[in-house]
Design a protein around this ligand. Structure first.
Ligand code: SF4
Ligand code: SF4
Length: 476
């Protein structure tokens, strides 16, 4: 065996008390290093190249066979490689030929009955000017989904807006059509919706129950925080009405757990207080936070200092998630749960999300967009529901993001979890969705390091948590 070197971009070590974990970057997996593994890696840390002579120094405590076995393991993980060879740290550039679409987002109405100050929706209008999607366009969208991606077992139809509840007649018709159509194909179809809740009624909740909708409510926290931005067209805060509707919903809705999505903007950074209100007082099953950093209206973007504060709060909540996990309890904190799920499943994200591959959003006129955030934007469409996906253009787009060469992401230790970040943030920040969103990489890396520590502690102290709370959520 010749000399070997460490492939630094493929590993990251995190200490958990006296133990050391290896975060294997290519597979997003976490292993505990035993004494021999630790000592071997220290040898590689201190020598550019490790030779047989240097390995011989380990023979006082370990058999040669044990050393060889651990070396083989590290080599198969591509954590070490033969000196002089070029180690692989990213998959070879690939051609994208398949789009296994399973999710279609329908922008059922550009109009919204609220006028949230920070809203990013570029096609958003006030209710009276709202343009509703036609029934034919919605049905063509479903048929396009089936044409482009037949033979899938499970499909998702997402209703988005504006405010989707403001076009319930269309939603009812689409649901009726889909339930029949997908049953004929022996496939399942799942319906989801994000809503501001203001138009919810008991009758609607019963109807959603019947059709097992996945519901997420947009709410920003206690009254003062929520009413800062989430206002009516006339400028009134909406907390009181949203709270009433949410209380009714959470009492009445039994089909699935209901989640809450919080938008964090300038001046709103106290994630723990928001969490305690929405989860503890109102009773949402899960709360997730979306920090705004690159919105069109700069004055709503969190400042650098605020973003640091937000991440610190997110970590404090993460500690509570960990404490609950060690007691074998679920703590409904979406951001942490998603990160832990990615690690548990060993998700290697070559792209940041399903947009453009598993998911496309249809605007009111039938144009195909990367996701719901792009409908109505200036970004060129990727086809339409009549002619189908513009595959060459979409392939070119995805291939550009897949190619990490000469970007900061190429060797970044969280490249397979972050994957350059949200396309829409890049679009808003740089005018180019293929550009990585570099504006808070250090905070993201710190967040993922923290996630590795949380994951490792659960793995070491209560591994049953994964089976009890991570697997079932994924298959639900
Ligand atoms: S965007 Fe930043 S944090 Fe994300 S993978 Fe690229 S370099 Fe890393
Ligand atoms: S591009 Fe951004 S907003 Fe759109 S689905 Fe992906 S992560 Fe979400």
């Amino acid at each position: 065996m010749g000399a070997m070197t460490l492939v630094k971009p493929n590993l990251h070590r995190v200490d958990v008390d006296a133990r050391q974990m290896l975060f294997h970057i290519p597979s997003s997996s976490i292993f505990e290093l035993d004494d021999l593994g630790r000592e071997l890696l220290v040898l590689f840390d201190t020598h550019e190249q490790v030779t047989q002579e240097q390995l011989a120094g380990l023979s006082a405590h370990y058999s040669q066979q044990d050393v060889m076995e651990v070396l083989d393991e590290l080599r198969s993980l591509e954590v070490i490689s033969d000196a002089g060879t070029v180690a692989r740290i990213n998959p070879a550039p690939q051609q994208v030929t398949k789009f296994p679409l399973t999710t279609i987002v329908l922008n059922v109405n550009t109009g919204c009955n609220l006028s949230c100050t920070y809203c990013y929706k570029e096609d958003l209008t006030i209710p009276s000017k709202g343009e509703k999607m036609a029934y034919e366009t919605a049905i063509q969208s479903v048929e396009m989904l089936l044409r482009e991606s037949p033979d899938q077992a499970n499909y998702n139809v997402v209703f988005f807006g504006g405010e989707p509840l403001s076009n319930m007649p269309l939603i009812r018709e689409v649901v009726a059509y889909c339930e029949k159509r997908f049953a004929q194909l022996d496939a399942t179809v799942d319906f989801t919706m994000t809503t501001n809740a203001t138009l919810l009624t008991e009758k609607l909740v019963d109807w959603f129950n019947e059709h097992r909708f996945g519901l997420t409510i947009s709410m920003d926290g206690p009254k003062a925080m929520h009413d800062k931005n989430r206002i009516t067209v006339g400028g009134q805060g909406t907390y009181d009405v949203v709270r009433r509707k949410v209380e009714m919903l959470l009492k009445r809705y039994t089909a699935r757990p209901v989640g809450c999505r919080v938008t964090l903007t300038r001046g709103i950074t106290d994630v723990e207080r928001i969490y305690d209100h929405l989860s503890g007082e109102l009773g949402f099953f899960e709360v997730g936070f979306g920090p705004v950093t690159s919105g069109d209206i700069a004055e709503y973007n969190l400042t650098g200092e605020e973003l640091t504060e937000v991440f610190a709060g997110m970590k404090r909540l993460g500690r509570r998630y960990l404490d609950a996990a060690l007691r074998n309890e679920n703590f409904g904190y979406g951001n942490m749960h998603q990160l832990i799920t990615d690690m548990y499943e060993g998700n290697k994200k070559l792209v940041p999300c399903g947009a453009g591959i598993g998911l496309l959003a249809v605007d009111k006129d039938g144009g195909l967009n990367l996701c719901h955030r792009f409908t109505g934007s200036d970004m060129e469409l990727f086809g339409d529901v009549t002619h189908g996906i513009d595959k060459p253009r979409l392939a070119q787009f995805v291939e550009k993001r897949l190619d990490r060469s000469n970007t900061g992401c190429e060797t970044c230790r969280i490249r397979n979890l972050c994957s350059g970040g949200c396309y829409h943030e890049s679009y808003a920040k740089y005018g180019d969705p293929t550009h990585p969103s570099y504006h808070y990489c250090d905070l993201m890396r710190d967040w993922v390091d923290f996630g590795v520590e949380v994951y490792a502690r659960i793995m070491l102290e209560n591994p049953g948590f994964f089976e009890a709370y991570v697997s079932p959520r994924r298959s639900a």
